[in-house]
Write a protein that binds this ligand. Structure first.
Ligand code: C5P
Length: 220
């Protein structure tokens, strides 16, 4: 980015897969590598922004990027809400656990003779929706949608439901897209423009396209 379109802006990005504790030594998580969120952080930084990355997965990152490491969804939400008080942009690239264990055990859960073990789960807060609903007039909110069918329709529904300005949709069944890959193939869905299909390419390059569109949305 030669013109630094995000100079003077603060961007908050989430990355990685949240970990929901079961007991002191176990947790529930997902396959997220954090690569897309970290790539977005680097691209936003290259575009001149001040970047805070709220990450549930640790990876190497430029020292100019502030990293807040979190574990579970509620910790991620608390960190995000604090940062959004002074932010211009939110990008929710984390794979957030929709559920958490209702009662986390104080001690390691033991085998108890029964073949079955039942974990009682309760719904987690939706971070993107919470941020979208609390959005200030000049803030831009971006979410992701991992879909297996009806990509654009589902992304448009998510745009409305979560009060987002942009949904980055990817079909996770497609070759060259999704979890723990270096490449991604996405469709950028906004309220006012036709969906933009981005050809499969490196996540670092996809990140630059997303950041360029975010810069447009900030000025429109
Ligand atoms: O609703 P769904 O999980 O498909 O939406 C994905 C988007 O919502 C992602 O941007 C993800 O980070 C965000 N999300 C969230 N909190 C949740 C679930 C998803 O912020 N509890």
């Amino acid at each position: 980015f030669e013109e630094k379109p995000l100079a003077g802006k603060k961007v908050v990005i989430t990355a990685g897969g949240t970990r929901e504790p079961i007991d002191p030594v176990r947790y529930l998580t997902n396959k997220s590598s954090g690569k897309m969120g970290y790539a977005l952080a680097e691209a936003a930084r290259a575009a001149g922004a001040t970047v805070t990355l709220v990450a549930a997965t640790s990876r190497q990152v430029s020292p100019a990027i502030q990293v807040i490491l979190v574990g579970d969804t509620r910790e991620m939400l608390a960190a995000v809400q604090k940062e959004m008080a002074t932010a211009d942009v939110y990008i929710g690239a984390a794979a957030v656990s929709d559920f958490r264990v209702a009662e986390v055990a104080d001690h390691k859960v033991k085998k108890h003779g029964d073949e079955h073990m039942i974990l009682d789960l309760v719904q987690n807060p939706d971070i993107l929706k919470t941020v979208g609903e609390a959005k200030k007039p000049r803030q831009v909110v971006v979410g992701f949608a991992a879909e297996t069918e009806n990509l654009v329709e589902n992304a448009q529904a998510k745009l409305v439901k979560k009060h987002a300005d942009l949904i980055v949709a990817n079909n996770v069944l497609e070759e060259g897209a999704g979890f723990n890959k270096d490449t991604n193939k996405v469709t950028l869905v906004t309220a006012d423009q036709e969906p933009i299909q981005v050809a499969a390419k490196l996540k670092t390059e996809v990140a630059e396209d997303i950041i360029a569109l975010v810069a447009d949305l900030l000025t429109s």
